[in-house]
Design a protein around this ligand. Structure first.
Ligand SMILES: Nc1ncnc2c1ncn2[C@@H]1O[C@H](COP(=O)(O)OP(=O)(O)OP(=O)(O)O)[C@@H](O)[C@H]1O
Ligand SMILES: [Mg+2]
Length: 236
């Protein structure tokens, strides 16, 4: 069964159309990248999948069931975690409190203790610093906390928006290694990224969004040799 299926999405802000007939599929335990220049519509698509925005037409299905008209918190409960651009932490809350917020719907709240233990295994530094305020963390630590908070819902599928933005190269590698480890645990990942070089190394497949339309898709091993991708996205 296809894990996540987006079919023929058309999205508008007011009268302005920003997504045109967008379709994509993500299979279980795949890492799929969504590439595209600034303003292409990547964040809009993630917002649409997670119910923060409603498309004018088109459908989203998750594990065979429709997500149309399902509220965002219920989409989280079904197993889709969303890490928005910039992480959106609660700056005046501690690491522990931020993590708890990742498990706020009732059905997830019951499992927050075991999920926190699991998350601390992946991010031991956060365990040591549980009481530290989020606003006092470094940029890299904030991104780790944002990822950890996303995993507090024990998701089947993670949507990451610009995970590597503003991070030092060594932290980017660390963050991408965590994404790879999610795939090993059977978690499905849809990754929006500007860091095309490293994304192509870890992702299985990629879609390219330009001006709200999917213009290209394929296996990453093929796309890295594609002349258009090389020129437009890899700077070769
Ligand atoms: N709230 C909004 N109201 C009106 N237009 C918007 C709104 N949010 C986004 N847009 C427009 O929709 C288009 C797609 O924006 P979106 O944020 O989805 O792009 P993106 O691919 O995520 O870009 P970036 O790489 O810069 O994050 C852009 O032209 C943007 O100006
Ligand atoms: Mg964006």
């Amino acid at each position: 069964m296809t894990m996540l299926e987006v079919s023929n999405i058309n999205c508008f802000y007011g009268n302005v159309q920003v997504l045109w007939d967008v379709s994509l599929k993500v299979e279980q335990a795949e890492i799929v990248a969504l590439l595209g220049a600034n303003g292409a519509g990547k964040t809009t698509l993630l917002n649409t999948i997670t119910g923060l925005m409603r498309p004018k037409s088109g459908h989203v299905r998750f594990m065979g069931e429709s997500l149309d008209n399902i509220p965002s918190h219920a989409i989280l409960e079904r197993g889709i975690a969303y890490l928005p651009e910039g992480g959106r932490l609660f700056p005046e809350m501690t690491i522990r409190e931020n993590l708890e917020m990742g498990a706020y719907p009732m059905s997830l709240w019951k499992h927050r203790k075991e999920n926190m233990e699991r998350v601390f295994e992946l991010f031991p530094k956060l365990k040591e610093r549980q009481k530290q305020l989020a606003c006092t963390l470094s940029g890299g630590e904030k991104q780790m906390l944002a990822m950890a908070r996303g995993l507090m819902s024990n998701p089947k599928c993670c949507l990451f928006d610009e995970l590597s933005y503003g991070l030092a190269p060594i932290v980017v590698t660390e963050v991408f290694n965590i994404v790879k480890s999610l795939r090993e645990q059977g978690i499905t990942v849809l990754l929006v990224e500007q860091n095309v070089h490293q994304t192509m190394e870890i992702a299985d497949r990629a879609y390219v969004l330009e001006n709200g339309r999917i213009v290209l898709d394929g296996q990453c091993c093929d796309l890295v040799n594609d002349d258009y991708i090389k020129k437009a996205y890899l700077g070769l």
